[in-house]
Design a protein around this ligand. Structure first.
Ligand SMILES: Nc1ncnc2c1ncn2[C@@H]1O[C@H](COP(=O)(O)OP(=O)(O)OP(=O)(O)O)[C@@H](O)[C@H]1O
Length: 559
């Protein structure tokens, strides 16, 4: 993150230089005041007055132009920031969501937008104007020490109040922000489960929860707004008081013949500019606090290190093995020493009681979750050594909950890559779902809506199956592919599994369906994260049958 900010420093320098020019040009106004009120008025030279006025007008137009250019540069800086950061943000959010210990950081893109807006609209660039406060104070002091002291006192009090109140407001804005995010997540979950909410009449309670939480957010925000309003009132009061004091002190030293009228007017003009960064910082208080918090979150969660490109490996044949795989989640060991080996084209059926670790094992086998110990290899190469994207193209995965993306059926099957019709149809045929897709309202062009609910769960599962088989993967993992299927769906699944076998694609299927398990080359039974049985399919099934017979006999005898 810091490296990106550093590479972005050139914009900072340009904006700073424009700031210097703008502030220097601004000094033309006090100079104009001094010359007009101390000289021109007494010389009665209209020509000089016109010339000076035109000169100062041109300078001010130049200043406006520079301000405009400064905003254009800021716009470019913001776009550049987004372009550079976006891939890292998306990658980190995905990694966080897929990982075992996700932080639930789902607002990366929103944070990036916040930061960009703060840059583009110059919200944080008043900081660059702050050094000018010291320069202006110095100029005022040179004009007359007493005027300088009045200005220093005014600025000191304004700065003190602002720092203090900003600190208090920040605390409350941050509490409100965290609560707002939690509430937005809650609302999102309620929308996702809208059927449960309306089906069981939970809406009033959902509303109540939402309203309660929102009241607390509003209380925090109102508190922060009150601090901001108070800081604003103090600023305006001190600003006016400083102006009046400069006029008063100016008149006092004028009597002592130590200052001219022109210098008094010039001092007042400079004093007005002196308060500008404080006014900006106050009006931008909320957005700058939020942008700073967004920056901190991005720094914490987004990994901007360039990954060393891994060496490409030859296309695998599909030999797959797991050796003493152990997995821990939240310091709890979920899988213990799981081992098996598959030759290219072999099929493995995994089954076991609920929560025994089958889905977790699938995730480790696919490299989604890293194993605590042990090795998982595809064609002899550890999966961690494969370039991730390349590995993905050789792999097919049907997760337990088959989620589709809001895109067409064809785009979903082609894994959101550019649609290759031939490959899409081939994958659908392999999965045995081509005919089912043709019967959809727009066939392969049918759009999946945001929730994916315009298709039945079984249809989603079958389309996910076609996605897993897209582009001839060498190794396929199917996690409970039968869950949402009816009799017809199950027949399609059997066709798909048969096709995989014919094409010698190494396949792992998590299932408890005997008609699916019976054709597997090997079977692995997991209990409490450990291998309970493993071996050729027929052997494991007959061992199981032998074990169950005495139990059934005992059961029948009422033992
Ligand atoms: N992200 C996670 N963080 C912490 N623990 C988890 C996580 N995912 C799963 N677990 C735990 O790991 C254990 C195994 O879960 P897993 O989903 O792998 O079992 P399973 O055999 O696939 O279950 P089922 O057949 O019900 O789908 C469970 O105790 C579960 O609570």
């Amino acid at each position: 993150m810091q490296t990106i900010i550093k590479s972005w420093f050139k914009y900072f320098i340009f904006v700073g230089l424009f700031g210097v020019c703008i502030n220097l040009i601004y000094l033309a106004i006090p100079v104009y005041m001094m010359v007009v009120y101390d000289r021109v008025l007494f010389s009665f030279s209209r020509a000089t007055l016109y010339a000076l006025s035109v000169g100062v007008l041109i300078s001010l137009i130049g200043m406006g132009l520079m301000d405009y250019l400064r905003m254009l540069i800021l716009g470019q800086a913001g776009n550049n920031l987004v372009q550079k950061m976006m891939p890292f943000v998306v990658k980190s959010m995905q990694a966080d969501a897929a990982g075992t210990t996700g932080h639930g950081y789902n607002r990366g893109l929103y944070d990036l937008e916040l930061l960009k807006d703060a840059v583009v609209h110059g919200h944080i660039f008043y900081i660059l104007d702050l050094p000018w406060v010291l320069i202006y104070l110095g100029i005022l002091y040179i004009m007359h020490p007493l005027v300088g002291v009045v200005a220093i006192a005014g600025v000191f009090l304004v700065a003190l109040f602002q720092i203090l109140l900003r600190k208090l407001a920040k605390k409350r804005y941050m509490v409100a922000d965290v609560a707002f995010q939690a509430n937005a997540d809650f609302a999102g979950t309620c929308l996702k489960h809208a059927g449960i909410v309306s089906g069981m009449g939970m809406l009033p309670d959902v509303m109540e929860t939402y309203r309660d939480r929102y009241q607390k957010i509003l209380a925090e925000r109102s508190g922060a707004d009150a601090y901001q309003a108070f800081a604003g009132a103090v600023l305006r009061l001190l600003h006016v008081m400083s102006l009046a004091a400069v006029f008063g002190v100016g008149a006092f030293v004028f009597f002592r013949d130590e200052i001219t009228v022109g210098v008094i007017f010039a001092s007042v003009i400079i004093l007005a500019r002196l308060f500008y960064p404080f006014e900006r910082s106050l009006s931008d208080m909320k957005i700058s606090i939020e942008a700073m918090a967004a920056y901190k979150r991005l720094k914490q969660f987004v990994d901007t290190r360039k990954q060393k490109k891994k060496l490409s490996l030859p296309e695998p044949a599909g030999k797959f093995d797991a050796q003493a795989v152990t997995l821990a989640l939240n310091s709890r060991t979920i899988l213990h020493n799981i081992s098996f080996a598959l030759e290219p084209g072999e099929t493995l059926g995994i089954f076991g009681p609920s929560s025994s670790g089958k889905t977790s094992l699938c995730k480790v086998l696919l490299g989604i979750w890293p194993a605590l110990a042990g090795k998982v290899r595809l064609d002899g190469a550890e999966i961690a050594h494969w370039p991730r994207d390349e590995f993905g193209t050789y792999v097919g995965y049907l997760p337990q909950e088959p989620e589709l993306f809001p895109a067409s059926v064809a785009q979903n099957i082609s894994r959101l890559r550019k649609v290759d019709s031939e490959k899409v149809v081939k994958a659908a045929q392999k999965a045995g779902v081509h005919q089912m897709i043709l019967k959809l309202p727009q066939g392969y062009d049918t759009k999946i809506d945001r929730t994916g609910k315009n298709l039945a769960a079984g249809q989603r599962q079958l389309i996910s199956m076609a996605r897993a088989l897209y582009d001839d993967p060498k190794f396929v993992v199917l996690d409970e592919p039968h869950t949402h299927l009816d009799e017809l769906g199950l027949r399609m699944l059997l066709v798909a599994l048969n096709n995989l076998k014919q094409e010698k694609i190494t396949t792992i299927v998590v299932t408890d369906r005997p008609n699916l398990l019976v054709n597997m080359d090997k079977l692995l039974v997991i209990k409490e994260g450990q291998v309970a049985m493993y071996g050729p399919g027929k052997e494991v099934l007959s061992q199981l049958a032998n074990k169950q017979q005495p139990q059934q006999a005992a059961g029948a005898a009422g033992v």
